[in-house]
Ligand binder design. Sequence first.
Ligand SMILES: NC(=O)c1ccc[n+]([C@@H]2O[C@H](COP(=O)([O-])OP(=O)(O)OC[C@H]3O[C@@H](n4cnc5c(N)ncnc54)[C@H](OP(=O)(O)O)[C@@H]3O)[C@@H](O)[C@H]2O)c1
Length: 283
Amino acid sequence: MEFVTLSNGVKMPLEGFGVFQVPEADVCEKAVLDAIETGYRLVDTAAAYFNEEAVGSAIKKCGVPREELFITTKLWIQDAGYENAKKAFETSLKKLGLDYLDLYLIHQPFGDYYGSWRAMEELYNEGKIRAIGVCNFYPERLADLCVNAKVVPMVNQVELHPFFAQGDALENMKNFGVQPEAWGPLAEGKHGIFTHPVLTEIGKKYDKTAAQVALRWNAQRGVVIIPKSTHIERMKENLNIWDFKLTDEEISAIAKLDLGHSEIVDHSSPETAKWLNGWKIHD
Ligand SMILES: NC(=O)c1ccc[n+]([C@@H]2O[C@H](COP(=O)([O-])OP(=O)(O)OC[C@H]3O[C@@H](n4cnc5c(N)ncnc54)[C@H](OP(=O)(O)O)[C@@H]3O)[C@@H](O)[C@H]2O)c1
């Protein structure tokens, strides 16, 4: 496993395991146990995934020392604001059965996220979180937060895969020293990614699948990837990307696949803001 060093010196695995859309406790616990057994050390969950307890249960049972794991969870919009964020952090920590987090992220760039950020800065300074960051902050919002925050976010987790490469967003993150992390690194299976002719053809040379080429491409440009699978064979496949290197020509061929927009969610749309603001995760 390779690591990246965040702006505050914390080392973060370049590949981790995501658990979005795995709400069933037994399925999630088994998936996380299988992933850790396979060699993943970073687990990415969120309060809004309804599986922090299952992740926590797997962490407890896995037998890997806590300090070797890198656990991320996220603050949902409903809990935005200084007081709410402090409470939500404690709830997440309790559900996960942990006494500190490796990475705490603001899940969406909506609601009183400046209040949330102040709470997260304090929790970070108190040593309860090793790194803090955001998700889905597109360039202008990220720049605004970076300019105004006391602690500049260490990570921005956004949708990044060959069909939505977001070169400009990456450049902006680099300028602020923010580590990019890819959600949906396999495009959530969209656009025929697993049998895509360009990715498949490149993979043949290295005896790799289209999925492995897509993951390698992001990792090779320094982006942390967190593919999700509930199938152990796919977990192994997705982790087996560290023994080959794409050439400049192959990277150029993949660059041509960029659609320049998301086919999953458009964060610049008012409809998205309304829809996500209305999504409640507790009473
Ligand atoms: N911050 C955010 O707003 C945000 C948004 C979305 C996701 N995320 C995070 O990012 C993680 C990854 O994104 P994602 O789960 O949305 O999508 P993804 O990892 O791009 O794709 C997951 C899908 O691909 C399938 N799959 C995985 N590996 C495969 C392989 N080698 N061959 C064929 N199919 C394969 C999975 O199916 P099976 O499970 O059936 O194998 C699943 O349907 C999430 O789990 C979550 O932790 C964050």
